[in-house]
Design a protein around this ligand. Structure first.
Ligand code: ATP
Length: 364
């Protein structure tokens, strides 16, 4: 985790709920966010991410539960008394004001004098790499520049916490990826506690210390990006973060089996999960001609036939129909040494999975 700024505050969210009539948009969510942490709320559309963020900002009133910033309970405070910076998807800049006036706006609200305003606006413009842009009109800026100005306006008054709602979704892919790295760098420099909402899993993995995955108003898992990818607790999470195929496995004496064959597992405790499924990440499998690989206790082998091979530049994506009827995706990286000998459509193959790459997830 990055170094926190001296003024950064932890956020404690406890049993927070929001009902709209009989509908529960956020359902008893509890999570503690450390001072200086970058947490991303990730989830499908309508899962409650924005509603949670709005309750933190003070724009939506919780039905029940508590939000503490440091040791202060804030659920009854209006937004302007929470000292929170906010960046929205559509920038929400004032088009009739110059860049400088936009950024100075929150300072003026707080009674900061003209001289100091000018100084702080200059500094924050340098931070977002738009030094000298004070007098430009908002309409003269590109999408990426507008988003940087929105960010500058959100941080100019040194808020204790920064909230961002889909901050990059209006930008094209390339700019979005550049801005992800830039925002993360800025966060590391300033060290403020940051909570961001996205439905883009790559953005969440790239920017965050931890990711909180939402499903129907509830927190399905909160974990560091690597743990979320490597150890998803359920099929829903594994499906949402990265690509995956799933095989139904049976509990047998001695562990778990697929197609009557005992699996060699990384973690024997996995066999105790309810409704277990074997999660297969495409990049963790190897595809070889049938009968070419030897069986051993560190390798799981599945027999099947290649249904299709798609060339995707840096890799080839295989779809293999297993003899049991399940279909599995396999990704092989495009290295000339290896790819020349890869099987093609219709050929019989074995899929190899190292026992240390086996992951069992709850099948829901
Ligand atoms: P998206 O990624 O599409 O923005 P989200 O995860 O941010 O989705 P929310 O905007 O928090 O989802 O909405 C959660 C649920 O609450 C949705 O089903 C939405 O229709 C509902 N909802 C949100 N605001 C209201 C409201 N004012 N009245 C009634 N229902 C609402």
């Amino acid at each position: 985790m990055s170094r926190s700024a001296p003024s950064a505050l932890p956020v404690f969210i406890s049993s927070l709920s929001k009902h709209y009539g009989a509908f529960c948009a956020v359902d008893t969510v509890s999570v503690d966010i450390a001072a200086g942490e970058f947490l991303t709320l990730l989830g499908p559309s309508g899962s409650g991410k924005t509603t949670l963020l709005m309750m933190l900002a003070g724009f939506a009133r919780p039905s029940s539960g508590s939000v503490r910033l440091g040791d202060q309970e804030v659920v009854h405070l209006p937004p302007h008394k929470r000292n929170i910076g906010m960046v929205f998807q559509n920038y929400a800049l004032f088009p009739h004001m110059s860049v400088g006036e936009n950024i100075a706006y929150p300072l003026k609200l707080r009674g900061v004098g003209r001289m100091e305003c000018g100084e702080r606006v200059g500094k924050v413009l340098d931070l977002v790499q738009l030094g000298g842009y004070q007098d430009r009109r908002i309409t003269q800026l590109s999408g990426g520049q507008r988003q940087r100005i929105a960010l500058a306006r959100a941080i100019v008054f040194e808020p204790r916490i920064l909230l961002m709602d889909e901050p990059l979704s209006a930008l094209d892919k390339q700019l979005r990826e550049t801005m992800q790295i830039e925002i993360r760098r800025l966060h590391d420099r300033l060290g403020m506690t940051t909570i961001s909402v996205t439905h883009d899993q790559r953005e969440a993995l790239t920017m965050s210390d931890r990711v909180a995955v939402f499903s129907r108003g509830r927190l399905a898992q909160v974990a560091a990006p690597k743990d979320l990818y490597e150890r998803p607790v359920s099929r829903f999470i594994a499906d949402f973060i990265g690509e995956s195929s799933f095989l139904p496995v049976q509990k047998v004496s001695g562990g778990l089996a697929y197609g009557g064959q005992l699996l060699h597992l990384a973690d024997a405790a996995d066999a105790d999960l309810p409704e277990p499924m074997l999660m297969l990440r495409p990049e963790r499998l190897d595809v070889v001609y049938a009968g070419q690989a030897a069986r051993d206790e560190n390798t799981n082998m599945f027999n099947g036939t290649v249904r299709s091979v798609v060339f995707q530049g840096e890799s080839l994506l295989f779809e293999v129909g297993l003899d049991q009827g399940d279909v599995v995706q396999v990704r092989q990286s495009n290295r000339s040494q290896c790819t020349e000998n890869l099987p093609s459509k219709g050929e019989r193959v074995d899929l190899l999975l190292n026992r240390f790459d086996t992951r069992i997830v709850r099948g829901e």
